[in-house]
Design a protein around this ligand. Structure first.
Ligand code: B16
Ligand code: MG
Length: 207
């Protein structure tokens, strides 16, 4: 009886985390420290500016706000160079099939992502048409675990929160979905996504 499905982007639809990592690691290198893939785990689902704060914490550095904004811009330019090369082949397993199946059943489909590059990424993956609504980092002011991104998704789908199911790979995202009063399907490891109502390794498991 799900009427709406709201999908996170990074980690659910496509693995952009590896490109975020390459860009952040480059910035760290320029600042004179190493940023590891393990450190990068802490940035999943987190906003761009909050990600920078975590990175600087790893490097034991701090800068005035204006300089931080310039650094975040620089990271984004590097990141956009990477995702500029994205194509359909990078869709995670089952994404196209699962979303198409939902559409056929009349389920409303929304994106609920922290990324300000979400529209660009959906276009690159050639799946923009599968979405009835896109709520991204440009539209909301409160980052996950705040429920705003998912509540806005429900409004745009013209549905009540309890009619929607959230698909999320990050702990903060699962928390946001629960706080929105929605059922949450965790994508990843049950040990990490404890709050989720159901955990699967990927959308292919739901086909
Ligand atoms: P941007 P999601 C998140 O995407 C990423 O997981 C996170 O690592 C990133 O910092 C954030 O988007 C902001 O992205 O710099 O492109 O605005 O998982 O919420 O789809
Ligand atoms: Mg994610």
């Amino acid at each position: 009886n799900m009427k709406g499905a709201i999908f996170d982007l990074d980690g659910v639809i496509v693995d952009t985390a590896k490109y975020h990592f390459l860009a952040w690691a480059e910035l760290a290198r320029e600042l004179g420290f190493e940023f590891t893939e393990e450190d990068n785990e802490r940035l999943k689902g987190v906003s761009r500016m909050r990600s920078l704060d975590i990175l600087l914490e790893v490097g034991g550095l701090d800068f005035p706000e204006e300089e931080k904004i310039a650094m975040a811009d620089k990271k984004n330019k590097l990141y956009v160079e990477f995702i500029n090369k994205l194509d359909q082949s990078e869709l995670l397993p089952g994404v196209k099939e699962y979303l198409t199946g939902l559409r056929e059943r009349g389920v409303g489909i929304a994106l609920g992502s922290a990324s300000k590059n979400a529209m660009f990424i959906l276009d690159k993956l050639n799946i923009t048409d599968l979405f009835d609504a896109v709520v991204d980092g440009n539209k909301v002011s409160n980052a996950k675990p705040d429920p705003e991104v998912f509540l806005t998704g429900a409004v745009e789908l013209k549905l009540q929160p309890e009619e929607c199911v959230v698909f999320e790979d990050a702990e903060a995202g699962v928390e946001a979905g629960k706080a929105a009063g929605m059922k949450v399907v965790g994508i990843g490891k049950p040990e990490i996504l404890k709050e989720a109502d159901l955990v699967v390794a990927g959308l292919h498991e739901l086909l």
